[in-house]
Design a protein around this ligand. Structure first.
Ligand code: PLP
Length: 453
């Protein structure tokens, strides 16, 4: 191995000199000058190590190219828009519900200026951070009162901490679930200081399992919606009404409903209103799933309990900011006026004709033989109807290349397009495309087949 001389190390370019090149300056607006500087210096450090190990100093263009690669990879990790062609409408990895453009525009002034977030315009004094969220939710789900926090995990955590700490919470063994990354019911319970009392079995939990478990220490019964799986076959669990009617006076019935479904239109899903009218004291759910709002969690139900939750110190920890308040009020008003179709409704309302016309539009925009239309299915996602698939159409890519490679190229586009592999071929599901995205999808497919027009 050659010992590097200080002369070759000194031929490594100065960072400043690299930063003056157009190739790297291009990345300043996306990454900031200091971050590009750091990536450049990391690249030089790596090359210096190689030169110390006997390697040659690469040409300056190669070094610039290496820094630019790092910049591109880093910029790729920035949050940015992509096209969801997965066939799962509410995908936690893909940001769940898209917010309507109308809501987004209406919320602009609040967010780019000052607002009455916690200021009472009538008295000129400090006000409550809640806007008209409780009234809107009361109308939407038939609740006495409501509280909004950062997400549904926080909602469940707040309920348990404020109302069951140091006491017993009865949970069916069939509902000790994990939802997405890191939300595990037994772990959440343990963190809040509530004592979990497990009843029933994975598939069967009967009313008597609950009633036998009641003790003077029981604070609540918690039922959790199985958001991402179904147990089929020999199964049983009591209905919410049955459970509510058998509860001792001071034991609360809390339902983690999850998806935020407000209609009875999704097969296998009960609405938040259904649980409340069946006797649940509190129901919690996410704001960015079926409801179609920004990320938030809701707790709805009895006014006395909601007040207790609102006064708990953790509520301060979990409070959302003005961006969420402004967007959520817009989303809820739109839901009540039925003048915006939230994403899940859009999927349920999709007609075969609409899907076909999307497919035809795409096909007519592409070289013959590059894709074909195939029947497929779409899922609502977001913890709703985990077992249900609705009819859809997909385009299947016919290019004779590894499907993983095709998916990778699609992901590297601008905007990236996220598809799936079914039976060895890449599919792009037409049902989860949003208005105006067909053209980008066509462009992405053309890029694959080597046509750039
Ligand atoms: C989605 C979901 C959660 C977690 O909600 P986040 O809003 O993601 O915190 C909790 N419980 C159920 C039943 C869910 O479906």
């Amino acid at each position: 191995m050659n010992k590097p001389d200080s002369a070759s190390l000194s031929r490594l370019p100065q960072i400043e000199k690299l930063l003056q090149t157009e190739e790297l300056q291009l990345w300043f607006p996306r990454l900031s000058r200091p971050l590009v500087t750091r990536l450049a210096s990391e690249t030089i450090d790596a090359i210096r190590e190689e030169v110390r190990g006997g390697g040659a100093v690469p040409p300056i263009q190669t070094i610039i190219g290496a820094v630019a690669d790092r910049c591109r990879q880093t910029a790729g990790r920035r949050i940015h828009h992509l096209i969801n062609a997965t066939g799962v409408m509410l995908h936690t990895n893909l940001g769940r519900a898209p917010i309507s453009k109308t809501a987004w525009r209406s919320a602009e002034a609040v967010n780019t200026g000052f607002s009455n977030l916690e200021f009472d315009l009538q008295t000129g004094k400090r006000g409550k951070r809640k806007g008209i969220i409780p009234e809107l939710l009361a109308l939407l789900v038939g609740a006495e009162d409501a509280l909004m926090v950062n997400n549904n995990a926080a909602a469940v955590f707040l309920i348990l901490s404020a109302l069951a700490k140091g006491r017993e919470v009865i949970v069916s063994r069939g509902e000790q679930v994990q939802i997405g990354g890191g939300f595990r019911i037994p772990e959440i319970l343990a963190q809040t200081g509530a004592n979990m009392v497990e009843v029933g079995t994975t598939n069967i939990t009967r009313l008597e399992d609950y009633t036998r478990a009641f003790s003077p220490d029981t604070a609540m019964v918690l039922t959790v919606h199985a958001s991402n799986f179904r147990i089929r076959g020999f199964t049983a669990r009591p209905g919410i009404r049955e459970l509510a009617e058998s509860l001792p006076e001071d034991v609360l019935l809390v339902v983690d409903q999850g998806s935020g479904t407000t209609t009875e239109r999704i097969p296998g899903e009960h609405s938040v209103a259904h649980y409340l009218s069946s006797g649940a004291d509190l129901v919690s759910f996410s704001g960015d799933k079926v409801l179609g709002g920004p990320q938030a969690g809701f707790i709805v139900g009895r006014r006395d309990l909601i007040r207790k939750l609102a006064e708990h110190p953790l509520n301060r920890v979990f409070r959302p900011g003005k961006t969420i308040y402004s967007l959520m009020e817009e989303a809820l008003v739109a839901r009540l006026n039925r003048d915006a179709e939230p994403p899940v409704e859009a999927v349920l309302n999709l007609s075969v004709e609409e899907l076909r016309s999307r497919g035809q539009a795409l096909l007519s925009d592409l070289p013959p033989g590059s894709v074909r239309l195939v029947e497929s299915t779409v899922a609502t996602g977001g913890g709703s109807a985990p077992d249900e698939q609705f009819p859809s159409l997909s385009v299947e890519l016919l290019a004779e290349r590894r499907p993983e490679t095709l998916l990778e190229i699609l992901r590297s586009g601008d905007p990236p397009v996220i598809g799936t592999i079914v039976e060895g071929r890449v599919r792009l599901n037409l049902a989860t495309l949003l208005p105006g995205e067909l053209e980008s999808v066509a462009a992405a497919i053309r890029r694959l087949s080597g046509e750039t027009t």
